[in-house]
Design a protein around this ligand. Sequence first.
Ligand code: BDR
Ligand code: CA
Length: 321
Amino acid sequence: KIPVILDCDPGHDDSFAIILSSFSSRIDLKAIITEGGNQTIQKTTQNALKTLTVIGKQNIPVIQGQDFPLMIKERVCPEIHGETGLDGTEFPPVEVSPVNVKDGKVIQKGVVFLAEFIEKQEKPITLVCTARLTNIALLFTLYPELTKKIQQVVLLAGAIGSGNITPVSEFNILGDPHAAKILFDLGEEDLKIVMVPLEVSHTVLVTEQIFERIRKETENSKFGKLCENLLRFFQKTYATVFMMEDPPLHDPVAVQYVVNPSIFQEKRLRVDIECCSPLSFGQTVVDIYQSTQKPKNVHVCFKVEVEKFWDSMINAIVLGK
Ligand code: BDR
Ligand code: CA
């Protein structure tokens, strides 16, 4: 099994990334570290714990990560994910705390806890990041030697063309572009970075056929219903904000890359992060035609076999019931 640490901001689609990585037979989910983003860090951390509780995986440690981006003000997203960050359904009460929090107080910085945790692992770790990249940028800045213990970093982030928050910027990169720049620059050396951009996640849509499959294959279980409620909420907000009838289930697509990279088309290219221009702040500038001659730093995905993704995702939901 592939040892994975998931860095996320649940968030509806992040919750499905947790479900997929918890039940994939190819993944050993070692820990989750949280970021703010879809909601505040306190809420996303609770949502990670809620998701693990409902699937009976409370034993997976949750580390509460950095509160805020490195240099800019935080942006949260209640218009898509609601006030809790995971609106649309009721969860059972949570009885566990993040491993670095006691009586509601952070007793060790998440990034420091993460560094010690990775240091102790025998096998190289795959990091899957489905939120802004603040924790990871700090991790490799403070502990550069740890890149040697990383197999690869797989991101749900960025866009080759159009963004989803500004015309060119995607939410996770725009949330902390300076952090993204720190990480992407490390891809020039021996750190493997994989970027699953919006062009790929926007092909993974929760259609009515998918709702139907979930209902059928979970045999209308309580957990199947909970998943459906979450996805219905997501569908409603996506329709209002983006005028998309079927919402894209972004984050688990990055997990799927770890499970089965052969169903992705990818190319190693130069990708830079725009951190200055007011017009294109947070853009992932992808040098498709290699016009800059700068060293390549990122494996950019262009396509995924959507059916195969859904087979894995629905299988995980069935196992979650
Ligand atoms: C990304 O933004 C977040 O709202 C989602 O959880 C996903 O990680 C898509 O742009
Ligand atoms: Ca996310």
